[in-house]
Write a protein that binds this ligand. Structure first.
Ligand SMILES: C[S@@+](CC[C@H](N)C(=O)[O-])C[C@H]1O[C@@H](n2cnc3c(N)ncnc32)[C@H](O)[C@@H]1O
Length: 376
């Protein structure tokens, strides 16, 4: 049951840290209140005086944040208002809960006054899964609403090391019912998922396609329409050669809400691992991230000409098995055979950093395990 406190009159007794916390909550929820206290250490205006029961006259709600038994007992003996005594749930008429709110939807989380911190954590989780732009229509049936409130998170899980996940990704992973993950996602990330979360490997390793993109899209739609909270876990950043955008469009076309959770991209993390800045004043005035692999396993060498621009840092993803083609083309167009090239594999987990030259690129690429990036 939700009692609308506005425009009830609220009195807060106390002027210490706890009173300030309560005053902050009331202010945040736009609930007007007055304070009575002997000493005011809050930034809120207060009536400075010793508390007497007559101070409660005309108030519907009283919050006792004094921690003083004498005040509490006086209140309990003369009660004709709703009372909350901080940290004494047994004598409270109401508790402070945590409210998750989006539009007209409010979800109140209460622990019967036992742990405000717990209610905040649960509130934050609920808030994540509340739909953003949900239109309320009384005529909609249960199944329609279930479909329309479904949500898929496309989550960038970073280059590998689990502590490089963003806090947003970490918090989102904890809310999932289903996780579809591919081979670049560190298995340690899966340990963060709730125990009963369904984990589905969808592969996408070059040459080992486990599920086709269409099948992945279908599965995402199907799971979301079952009313589940679905996560699509990807290596790096979902919008950097990650097909996150394509998946997002498929889902939004089906009316499913999508949230993109960014991740650190290997295109920047891997060079950083080798202490290579992607830009450097006076030396590298720009950087370019390319894929050497195009749709249908075609090789992409359109960018090789740009190696003539010494001030451009070139970061090549999916280039390891194309090293021979890259080397050949670069030499053909007159790039110096001694041009420095780095190959960085498994950055941030079991990193290997190889420094070589253009003329040895093909040979060195064979010594390295995937995934790897090539840096010029
Ligand atoms: C399909 S792309 C996905 C890129 C990803 N979305 C990102 O932002 O890092 C896969 C390529 O990313 C690169 N890659 C991903 N993780 C890597 C890592 N830990 N170390 C080196 N290269 C990595 C490799 O070039 C690999 O072939």
């Amino acid at each position: 049951m939700l009692i609308k406190l506005k425009p009830k009159k609220v009195l807060l007794i106390g002027g210490g840290v706890v009173a300030k916390q309560k005053a902050d909550v009331l202010t945040k929820q736009n609930i007007p209140f007055d304070i009575v206290t002997l000493k005011n250490n809050t930034p809120y205006p207060a009536k400075i005086k010793e508390f007497e029961i007559s101070d409660t006259n005309g108030y519907d709600v009283v919050i006792d944040a004094t921690g003083c038994d004498k005040v509490t007992n006086t209140l309990l003996e003369n009660k004709n208002f709703l009372l909350n005594v901080v940290d004494k749930p047994e004598v409270c008429d109401f508790y402070f809960g945590s409210i998750a709110k989006k539009g007209d939807i409010s979800v109140l989380v209460s622990s019967n006054g036992k742990s405000p911190r717990l209610t905040q954590v649960i509130r934050d989780r609920i808030e994540k899964i509340l739909p953003n732009n949900f239109e309320i229509d009384r005529k909609k049936d249960y199944e329609t609403i279930k479909n329309e409130t479904s949500k898929v998170f496309i989550i960038g899980c970073g280059p590998g090391a689990v502590d490089l996940l963003t806090i947003r990704a970490y918090n989102t992973l904890k809310t999932l019912d289903v996780a579809l993950y591919d081979h670049l996602v560190n298995p340690e990330v899966l340990d963060i998922l709730p125990q009963n979360c369904e984990k589905i490997y969808v592969g996408k390793q070059k040459g080992y396609h486990h599920k086709k993109q269409d099948e992945i899209n279908e599965l995402l739609v199907q799971k979301a329409k079952e009313g589940k909270i679905v996560g699509r876990l990807k290596g790096g950043h979902p919008f950097v050669f990650g097909r996150g955008y394509e998946e997002m469009i498929e889902l939004t076309n089906e009316g499913i809400e999508v949230e993109i959770i960014e991740g650190l991209t290997s295109a920047i993390s891997a060079p950083t691992e080798a202490l290579i800045p992607v830009t450097l004043r006076d030396k590298k005035d720009s950087f370019m991230v390319v894929s050497a692999h195009l749709k249908g396993a075609r090789v992409n060498l359109n960018w090789v000409d740009l190696l003539h621009r010494e001030n451009l840092r070139v970061i090549v993803l999916m280039g390891l098995s194309r090293a021979k083609n890259i080397q050949k083309r670069a030499l053909e167009i007159g790039i110096n055979e001694n041009r420095e090239v780095y190959i960085i594999s498994n950055a941030t987990t079991s990193s290997k950093i190889l420094k070589t030259t253009l003329k040895n690129l093909e040979k060195k690429a064979k010594e390295v395990k995937k995934p790897a990036i090539i840096i010029f």
